[in-house]
Design a protein around this ligand. Structure first.
Ligand code: NAD
Length: 369
């Protein structure tokens, strides 16, 4: 049996710096626990544009389609700001998401105890928080037609976007969310605006249908998305998994992310339909961008990217135990006081470098054996 395959796309800015730390973790799992991957590396974003004149070469796209999972660092940077829209670094990322049809975006909001004081909310509201937002990623108002800016009849203009969802688009993301809930605390909350939007009524009905016909063992509730935003900052621990559409998910996942403090801590996964081997099409990436302001200074926090690999272990490779081990190692390192510069907070202190943080996490993994 060959090893599962992993395509690594470090990208631009701090992408290669944080990915170098993930590679140490991957090597450790191979050496210490026999959990080996066939790792390939390729270019994306500005790095691909520099080499090939396109932010994603067709060969790279084909490798991504063939891989068991893709792990991406970050794309973009000021060097590429003046490029035509069609070849901007972000287009490489969007092409990957679109052609792999990654319709379910998973954004965990997990608050490590050692960082609870970092949140803008009170410690008891966020300490121990562990929720997951599933956002529909390939449909809804960002893609619906008609769209555009048109002249109106009074000599002015009208801007139009269309919220559009089909039964199947709602059911497939709902199934992904129910599956996750089953692996967690068996609770799913679906959010829409069924009080004012027909697409919201359909969303609610279809999620309920999937529940009643396929997942009646999972506890399902429905909430209007505006109330959801309030509840997320009032008492986020009432949630386990939240499923919502593309637009509300965009806003609510950023809101939930901030409950936990730094951008350097936030992983994500984007999943599509199962492949022939049963694994979902999948891409894992930190939420943060290429951070040009700190690139090349050893200041980047590699934890978001390392936790993205932990998500790959859990959701692509069914290695939940290894994922928990890795998350535990991160927790231990933070509890021991190690901080990259972004985690220092107003009290200050001494920051460790990107490499030192990676090494500390590998050492904590080794100590947990
Ligand atoms: P950013 O996420 O790159 O940075 C925002 C702030 O957070 C910066 O001050 C940065 O130093 C800090 N930061 C981000 N990640 C960090 C980490 N791991 N450790 C420590 N500090 C970290 O967002 P931005 O500045 O708005 O965008 C910079 C570039 O990244 C732009 O070209 C943008 O288009 C691109 N971008 C890419 C992605 C992606 O690849 N998924 C996402 C967002 C932005």
């Amino acid at each position: 049996m060959s090893n599962p395959s992993l395509l690594i796309l470090p990208g631009d800015g701090i992408g290669p710096e944080v990915m170098a730390e993930v590679r140490k973790v991957i090597t450790w799992f191979g050496d210490a626990r026999g959990l080996k991957f066939d790792v390939e590396e390729d270019l994306v974003g500005g790095a691909a544009y520099d080499a090939h004149g396109t932010p994603l070469h067709d060969d790279t796209m084909a490798r991504a389609q063939a891989a068991d999972a893709v792990l991406l660092g970050a794309v973009g940077g000021p060097k590429y700001d003046a490029l035509d829209f069609s070849v901007k670094p972000e287009r490489g990322l969007l092409r990957l998401r679109k052609e792999m049809d990654l319709f379910a975006n998973l954004r965990p909001a997990q608050c490590f105890d050692a960082l609870a004081d970092f949140s803008s909310l009170k410690r008891d509201v966020v300490a121990g928080l562990d929720i997951m937002i599933v956002r529909e990623l390939t449909s809804g108002v960002y893609f619906g037609e008609p769209r555009g800016i048109f002249p109106d009849n009074e000599g002015g203009r009208v801007g139009i976007n269309t919220q559009r969802y089909t039964t199947e688009e709602i059911r497939r993301v709902a199934r992904a969310a129910f599956e996750l809930a089953r692996k967690r605390n068996n609770k799913l909350c679906s959010m829409e605006k069924a009080n004012v939007m027909e697409s919201g009524i359909l969303w609610r009905e279809e999620v309920q249908w999937v529940h009643d016909n396929e997942y009646s063992d999972v506890e399902l509730s429905h909430m209007y998305a505006d109330n959801g935003a309030m509840q997320l900052v009032r008492w986020p621990k009432q949630f386990d998994v939240i499923v919502t559409d593309n637009l509300f998910g965009d806003v609510l996942s950023d809101c939930a992310a901030m409950l936990t403090g730094s951008l350097g801590m936030l992983p994500s996964a984007s999943l599509g339909a199962p492949m022939a081997n049963g694994r979902p099409k999948a891409m894992y990436e930190p939420v943060h961008g290429s951070a040009p302001d700190i690139t090349g200074q050893g200041k980047a926090n590699p934890i978001a990217c390392i936790l993205s690999f932990a998500m790959a272990l859990r959701y692509s490779f069914d290695e939940g135990e290894a994922a928990t081990l890795l998350e535990g190692a991160v927790q231990k390192v933070l509890a021991g006081g190690a901080r990259t510069a972004d985690l220092l907070g107003p009290q200050g202190g001494t920051a460790i470098s990107t490499t030192e943080m990676g090494d500390a996490i590998v050492a904590a993994l080794a100590a947990s054996q």
